[in-house]
Design a protein around this ligand. Structure first.
Ligand code: E4P
Length: 223
């Protein structure tokens, strides 16, 4: 499973990228709006952080296929041809996906709330389909099950598309889909920081350090 950062706070993304084994960064217009900065400046800095081969996902804002296709061209020209263009999974979005996938564009189908959206996005050539796990839960449905169903639909139909689960609000949601072996999860920095935050870990390490200090003296290490 690819592990992706869902954030555009440059300092936070840099910190998480440095510490954790991450494969890329996803953004959406709302995430970019939180930075209060020029979006292309932020995206250029994110591209520098992930490097030319890291995954960067950038969403279009147009609601019509023609506009989406034009935006995709600008996104790829400014941020690299391997940039994943996030297209909302609407009828116009499916049209844009068909056009763009025929041109070899990396597509992440987004705003997915139902398994059927995932199926149609895959048929239209998307490389990833992004179900919004927590938002689905908040609607009274099962976000984890939706993501699993989409994963199964891809496998059972021989579709070459991966689930990129998004909109996580806690570690358990991430763990459930990691166990299931979905293609990728994109996780906000606050949730990432909670994934292995555990008093038992801290206390075990403190005890090791104290025991070693008792043996060779305070502040001494294996060096
Ligand atoms: C990512 O592709 C989605 O846009 C994002 O995860 C949505 O997250 P939210 O539900 O926390 O806004």
């Amino acid at each position: 499973m690819k592990f992706i950062i869902d954030d555009a706070d440059i300092e936070k993304v840099r910190e998480i990228w440095d510490l954790y084994p991450c494969d890329g960064v996803t953004t959406n217009p709302s995430i970019l709006a939180k930075s209060g900065r020029n979006p292309y400046e932020v995206l250029t800095e994110l591209r520098e952080i992930v490097g030319k081969d890291g995954e960067l996902h950038v969403q279009v804002v147009s609601k019509d296929a023609e506009g989406m296709v034009k935006e995709a061209a600008v996104i790829r020209e400014r941020l690299g041809e391997n940039t994943f263009v996030k297209i909302p999974t609407t009828p116009q979005g499916l049209k844009a996906m068909k056009i763009l996938s025929a041109q070899g564009v990396n597509i992440t189908a987004t705003a997915i709330y139902t398994p059927m959206q995932g199926f149609l996005a895959a048929k239209a050539g998307a490389k990833y389909a992004a179900p919004y796990v927590n938002r689905i839960d908040n609607m009274g449905y099962d976000g984890i099950k939706t993501a699993m169903d989409i994963h199964d639909i891809f496998e059972n139909n021989g579709l070459n598309t991966e689930v990129l689960a998004a909109s996580f609000k806690n570690s358990q949601q991430v763990l459930e889909l990691t166990k299931y072996g979905i293609g990728a999860a994109t996780v906000g920095t606050a949730v990432i920081e909670g994934l292995i935050k555990n008093a038992a870990i801290t206390s075990a390490i403190d005890a090791f350090v104290d025991d070693f200090a008792g043996l060779v003296g305070e502040g001494k290490t294996m060096m």
